[in-house]
Design a protein around this ligand. Structure first.
Ligand code: GCW
Length: 687
């Protein structure tokens, strides 16, 4: 299969004979003790049985007591004599439930490679680690390493609807639903679980946060048995199933005529509901809720607040250890442009900050990485870290809604790393998003990271083959946010494409530049939103400027940008810690890439780069297109080095990207030329 279906689990044949012999020696016999069917250990063994024939042409023997001299021993630490703690050593990683050790050990006459995990799930992660090493051609002869994840909650959110469509999906239709049926027996679910477990994902919602009528029934008797089938597959890969619920399910299902969170009947209904759900899925993860957001129902209707709403659900799930993820994407989507004090960027903080300390312990606020909505460039949400007494997860968007919809290449790991490295200073220096999300700054009981995923039923999962790197990188980053974007890209390219250094280098260099390229021809200086309304693809500079959604750039003949200062604007900057606020507030110190997010300036304003705003707009738009042309020429040098199917598929997408980038260039340049009346210094063609 060349289609990309296997993604980074291709397990291409190891070409180096010596290495192959080394791998064979360690893995031909596997001591696994006894284990349950459909358990993470069983999945680990399945994976070895699937991978080893491809990698090194052997079918491993799985035994309880190996009589051979060299073998692989896998299992939970202490579960066999080979995996005794005294042999594995006091590795700190094993104190984390998902930590594991890979270590070559010699005992009596035997040598073995031990994969010892703190739990079954950890063993599975250890096996994927070993396979990753082998697929990258690393020696495993004298190995001693241990790993544990940085974040406890490593979630994926699907925006799949039961009719099979995917909100903001760019890779085909849902793998979970079709025509209001659940595809519970689809073999693809197992392969998907494998992909997710291989990058350490441990929690997943399968339905859209916008819960329409059909999905409201997912928590009812009628559909729970089928939902439980998904949960069973996920369970064997260490992934917990969560569902998005309709806040007004009581009403929608016709059972109680109100959804007032303080109404005793509503509370009781959800308590019963939780019982039913846990009867069907004993290890069910919990609920994700979008309430009072973009016309979805919520507690506001009853004069209650988000804490009332979230706690009502939290109480219902508590006896079962379930969690509530309550989204903070709450803003007034019927804003009036005449009202210059309402600012969507302020909304999440304004709504939630005052509620700090009121949420139950099993409630977690889910906060988008930026204050607006997954734009190409935004500052980090000031809400993240601002509520010391409330659990939180960061929400990223893997699906490229605003970043080229998997027709343009846009490697997002560098963007997420910038967010993670951002120092909020909420508890002084070093209060980075990275540490807050790990629960190291505030004493959160639950924290981590979640993201809207980018997969569908396209043969290659992500539409664009190169978009697989975002999914892979997301998981790897959540396991270890200190990995560099380059290293993640290189690892991905090696596993997914080729052992050719030329191919890998091209892919890494291109991926590393791709976000900046996309930004350069779409969204100058942090302005955002100049996209076709609703679709969010392609340029429409005034599309949102003149719609009711309240997302503006305020461009006129004199200048452009949104004044979010305290001095004369919406006051948004005050939501940051004072020294960060000061940097953004002040024109002199505000970084160029966010200038128009924070300030309204004349086109002649001179940036730190030395260029005027208008010249920057022209230059980046011309250069953006040229950079796409350059990378197409680099890709064309790989013809014959990459299988023809993927080579041509990617080339086709790149050519589309080029055409679309020219549209962006021409439409943006002509718009600002006509608005400003200022000509391009270089006299290039502007229509
Ligand atoms: O980015 C916006 C999207 C909506 C989405 C919403 C959200 C699921 O355009 O499609 O709805 O965010 O995050 O809830």
């Amino acid at each position: 299969k060349l289609s990309g279906y296997e993604a980074w689990l291709r397990y291409d044949k190891v070409k180096d004979d010596q290495l192959a012999a080394q791998y064979q020696a360690w893995t031909a016999t596997i001591a696994a003790g006894s284990y349950k069917q459909a358990s993470p250990i069983a999945s680990a063994i399945n994976e070895l049985q699937l991978a080893l024939p491809k990698l090194i042409g052997i079918t491993p023997q799985v035994v309880i007591e190996p009589s051979v001299k060299q073998f692989l021993a896998i299992g939970v630490v202490g579960s066999s004599a080979y995996l005794d703690e005294s042999l594995i050593g006091p590795m700190a990683a094993l104190s984390h439930n998902e930590g594991y050790v890979l270590k070559t050990i010699t005992k009596d006459e035997q040598s073995y490679l031990a994969i010892a995990g703190a739990s079954e799930q950890a063993v599975l992660y250890g096996v994927f680690h070993l396979l990753r090493l082998m697929a990258q051609g690393e020696s495993i002869d004298a190995i001693s390493l241990s790993e544990q994840p940085k974040y406890n909650l490593r979630m994926i959110n699907h925006w799949d609807n039961m009719d099979g469509s995917i909100e903001r999906g760019y890779a085909g239709r849902s793998i979970f639903f079709n025509k209001n049926e659940l595809l519970a027996d689809s073999p693809r679910i197992v392969d998907y679980a494998r992909l997710m477990a291989s990058i350490g994902i441990n929690g997943m919602t399968i339905n859209n946060v916008n819960v329409h009528r059909p999905e409201t029934f997912l928590i009812t008797e009628k559909l729970l048995p089928q939902v439980a089938k998904f949960a069973a597959v996920f369970r064997s890969y260490g992934i917990k199933l969560f569902l998005c619920v309709n806040y007004a399910a009581t009403i929608e299902l016709g059972e109680v005529e109100t959804a007032d969170p303080l109404d005793a009947r509503v509370k009781e209904w959800w308590k019963q509901k939780a019982k039913e759900v846990y009867a069907a899925i004993p290890d069910f993860g919990g609920f994700v809720v979008k309430a009072d957001s973009e016309n979805r129902p919520g507690p506001f209707t009853y004069g209650r607040d988000h804490a009332d709403g979230a706690n009502m659900l939290g109480e219902a799930l508590k006896p079962f250890g379930g969690l509530v993820f309550w989204r903070c994407f709450v803003y007034n989507c019927h804003q009036d442009w005449r009202d210059r004090s309402t600012d969507r960027a302020r909304a999440a903080y304004d709504h939630f900050k005052p509620l700090d300390g009121r949420f139950l312990d099993n409630v977690i606020l889910q906060i988008k990485n930026g204050p607006m909505d997954f734009q190409v460039r935004e500052p980090v949400s000031p809400l993240f870290g601002a509520m010391p007494n409330t659990n939180a997860v960061m929400e990223f968007q893997i699906t490229q809604e605003y970043t080229g919809q998997q027709r343009h290449v846009c490697y997002l790991i560098p963007q997420w790393k910038e967010v993670l490295e951002f120092d909020t200073k909420v508890k002084g220096e070093g209060s980075t998003v990275k540490e807050i999300a790990a629960g190291n700054i505030h004493p959160y009981t639950h924290s981590g990271i979640t993201a809207v995923t980018n997969i569908g039923d396209d043969a290659n999962w992500t539409g664009h083959h190169l978009a697989q790197s975002n999914l892979y990188g997301y998981g790897r980053l959540l396991w270890n946010p200190d990995l560099s974007s380059e290293d993640i890209a290189a690892e991905w390219a090696r596993l997914t494409f080729s052992e050719s250094a030329v191919v890998q280098q091209m892919l890494v260099d291109f991926l590393m530049e791709s976000w900046s390229i996309y930004e350069s021809y779409t969204s100058p200086l942090g302005v955002g939103w100049m996209v076709t309304p609703h679709y969010h693809y392609g340029p429409d500079i005034d599309g949102y400027e003149y719609s009711k959604w309240g997302t503006y750039h305020f461009a006129d003949h004199k200048g452009i940008g949104v004044n979010r200062t305290v001095a004369s604007g919406t006051g948004y900057t005050s939501q940051y810690q004072p020294d960060i606020a000061a940097v953004y507030e002040n024109l002199e110190t505000c970084p160029d890439e966010l200038l128009l997010f924070f300030h309204h300036v004349p086109y002649t304003h001179v940036l730190h780069s030395g260029k005027t705003v208008i010249q920057h707009i022209y230059d980046t738009h011309f250069q953006g297109v040229e950079r796409v042309e350059y990378w197409i020429s680099r890709w064309q040098q790989l013809e014959g080095e990459v299988d023809a199917e993927r080579y041509n598929h990617i080339l086709g997408r790149l050519q589309h990207q080029l055409e679309n980038s020219k549209d962006w260039r021409d439409i943006i340049n002509t718009y600002f030329y006509r608005k400003s009346g200022i000509a391009d210094e270089q006299g290039r063609t502007i229509y």
